[in-house]
Design a protein around this ligand. Structure first.
Ligand code: NDP
Length: 280
């Protein structure tokens, strides 16, 4: 029997409708409209696409958004000066610097400069630290979206074995933390893992955040597992995930499609964080 599809697009749309309603209520109470500043450096086509999708989503739910485009040659000091300005701007509740930045810029310093209260991406070490100790924080958007998807299917991670492939700061490490906080027993795999397939076969929850098109095959997956495909890769003119959908669909209990799974949730969680920041 094929797996049940976890429809991230539909769930994200429900979250967006709820946010639109929430913003109307905030305005009726005399609160300010939530505002998001998006900073784009250079003209990486993928980054431009992500920024335009985020701005469109802001507009749809009623978040004020402004885009700051800087040339690829911008200096670190100029970029930090813009962040300082946005940190002090009362119209702006969330600041997002689209990554990756050009190689001459110090990404870590830029992220650290965003005030933790406006760090709606959840990348500032203050928020990362709070997340790790289970304290209130802006959760990074993609992992937060994945947890929402798991909750939507009423799947309780407690006592389950979760395997995360990938250990990036934006997906792999934080999703492992969030699953751990929900009492899963978590294994993090990466490019030096000895027997990746054997690890994956034990997973009740398998999260693939690798960036390798269709790497995870059906015979890597435990029957009935929840498979979360974070990957966004281009292959033969199509967008595919890190999971080979057709073969895994035959074995898994639940699966997120690509596109239409984790991707829309990432944007929905960014909007959620921005509204929470404004409502503080
Ligand atoms: P990174 O490139 O930062 O990390 C990839 C991770 O995968 C690394 O930890 C790497 O290991 C590991 N890895 C690479 N190859 C292998 C392999 N053959 N076997 C085991 N592990 C491997 O990627 P991101 O975490 O930023 O993104 C992962 C994917 O998710 C990408 O396709 C990206 O486009 C997508 N993405 C999707 C989002 C969404 O909203 N849907 C949001 C963010 C990312 P090591 O550390 O040892 O190098």
């Amino acid at each position: 029997m094929p797996a049940q599809i976890i429809d991230g697009k539909r769930i994200a749309q429900q979250i967006r409708s709820g946010l639109a309603q929430k913003i109307l209520e905030m305005l009726a109470q005399g609160k300010t409209r939530p505002g998001l500043a998006v900073v784009l450096v250079g003209d990486n086509p993928a980054s431009k696409l992500y920024v335009s999708m985020k701005q469109k989503a802001c507009k749809e739910v009623g978040i004020y958004s402004e885009e700051h485009r800087l040339p690829a040659e911008v200096t670190q000091d100029q970029l930090l000066a813009l962040i300082d300005e946005l940190n002090g701007d009362p119209k702006i509740h969330g600041i997002l610097v689209q990554l990756p930045l050009p190689a001459h810029l110090d990404e870590e310093e830029v992220i650290m400069r965003i005030h933790p209260d406006k760090d709606v991406d959840g990348f500032n070490p203050v928020n990362v630290g709070k997340m790790c100790i289970g304290s209130r924080a802006y959760l990074p958007c993609t992992p937060a979206g994945i947890m929402k998807l798991i909750d939507t299917i009423n799947y309780d991670p407690a006592g389950k074995k979760a395997v995360v492939i990938g250990r990036s700061n934006i997906v792999g490490k934080p999703i492992a933390q969030l699953l751990l906080q929900r009492d899963a027993t978590v294994t993090i795999c990466h490019s030096k893992t000895k027997d990746l397939v054997a690890e994956c076969r034990q997973a009740d929850i398998l999260v693939a955040a690798v960036g390798q098109p269709e790497m995870v095959k059906g015979d890597w997956v435990k029957p009935g597992a929840v498979v979360i495909d974070v990957g966004i890769n281009r292959r033969d003119g199509k967008t595919v995930g890190d999971v080979e959908f057709d073969s895994v669909n035959e074995v898994a209990g639940w699966i997120t499609p690509v596109p239409g799974g984790v991707g829309p949730m990432t944007i929905a969680m960014l909007l959620t964080n921005t509204v929470v920041a404004a409502d503080k």
